[in-house]
Ligand binder design. Structure first.
Ligand code: 173
Length: 328
């Protein structure tokens, strides 16, 4: 009798241990996410991502790790979106303009006029994720660049917002706007801008206010046209099935680190000021329009940007537009 009870208890304990063991592996098992960047490794975005990854891995031992594979040499800039969509990699640092080959809506994020923290509060972030989930097999994780308006940089002087006769390097970000200003446009990844300028293939290019020194474009740049327009969106995206496979603890950890990354976006305001000073010091002249022309130029960028969004994806554009604008 005593022996039988003993055996029963032992059996129960063994079963409990076994169950705990399984649960233990499920929660304690560390997963590693492979991450690539569509932007150059020596550029400001990856420079800022690296310490974040380091901290992520230090604090995420036993939970979640990130393995940084590399930049455009690992996967070409315009292929990164498809790599995330199909699961060739788990995660990427990219901008939507680089994966319009996955879905045209990717490029709409340049049109946000509110901080990402506000996008998380007002439903924009969820609306973005619905589209990213359904159309791109991606989870939109977080935005690490804000307050970086795009500018036109040229090698030739212009005195009004008319780019007739100029050939300008673009990505989808700038296409409709620069075409509306009569430019001839040529699409290249950032990695080909220097050579295009050097060979005189282009007379200028679009880029945010910061970062032109990263690939030495200041050597070939004479003018920056003000004002800026839109807001450079650089974000982390993830293969949706990989995201869904994470345990709750892993997801919570990832989210905590993403919010910490976004909290550092205050950096960009100072960076803008520093980069403007640095451009001036490098001899890059600013082309400024009178107040009315400057306003019309910037307004036109948004007008053309939203008109194109409505043309490409009317239903999504209509959903995004009120969520991307500041509260009236
Ligand atoms: O000009 C570009 O390559 C581009 O589209 C972009 C987008 C976000 C940040 C920097 C550049």
């Amino acid at each position: 009798m005593k022996a039988r009870i003993h055996a029963k208890v032992l059996g129960a304990v063994a079963a409990m241990l076994l169950a705990a063991g399984f649960a233990g592996t499920a929660t304690a098992q560390e997963a590693t996410l492979r991450l690539v960047s569509a932007f150059a490794e020596n550029g400001i975005y990856v420079q800022r991502l690296q310490p974040w990854i380091k901290k992520f891995n230090a604090e995420g031992k036993g939970v979640l790790q990130i393995n940084f594979i590399g930049g455009p040499k690992a996967i070409p800039t315009f292929e990164v979106g498809n790599a995330v969509k199909t699961g060739v990699v788990d995660m990427a640092l990219s901008t939507g303009a680089f994966y319009t080959n996955v879905m045209p809506e990717a490029d709409f994020l340049k049109l946000t006029q509110i901080p990402v923290a506000e996008q998380r509060r007002n439903g924009a972030f969820d609306a973005i994720n619905k589209v990213w989930n359904e159309k791109a097999n991606m989870q939109y994780l977080g935005r690490m660049v804000e307050n970086q308006p795009f500018h036109l940089y040229t090698t030739k002087k212009i005195d009004k917002p008319d780019l007739t006769g100029l050939k300008i390097r673009i990505t989808p970000v700038y296409r409709e706007f620069f075409q509306a200003l009569n430019a001839n446009v040529v699409t290249t990844p950032p990695g080909e801008v220097y050579t295009a300028l050097e060979r005189g293939v282009v007379d200028g290019y679009g880029w945010p206010i910061g970062g032109i020194f990263d690939l030495n474009w200041q050597e070939k740049t004479k003018y920056r046209v003000d004002p800026g327009f839109y807001d450079a969106e650089v974000s982390l995206i993830m293969h949706l099935p990989a995201y869904r496979k994470l345990t709750q603890a892993q997801r919570d950890y990832l989210n905590k680190q993403l919010l910490a990354l976004e909290a550092q976006n205050t950096f960009w305001a100072q960076y803008t000021a520093d980069e403007i000073a640095r451009q001036q010091k490098a001899g890059i002249e600013t082309i400024k329009f009178d107040a009315a022309t400057a306003k019309a130029y910037r307004d036109k960028a948004y007008e053309v940007g939203w008109a194109n969004a409505q043309k490409l994806s009317p239903e999504v554009a209509a959903r995004f537009k009120p969520l991307f604008a500041p509260k009236q």
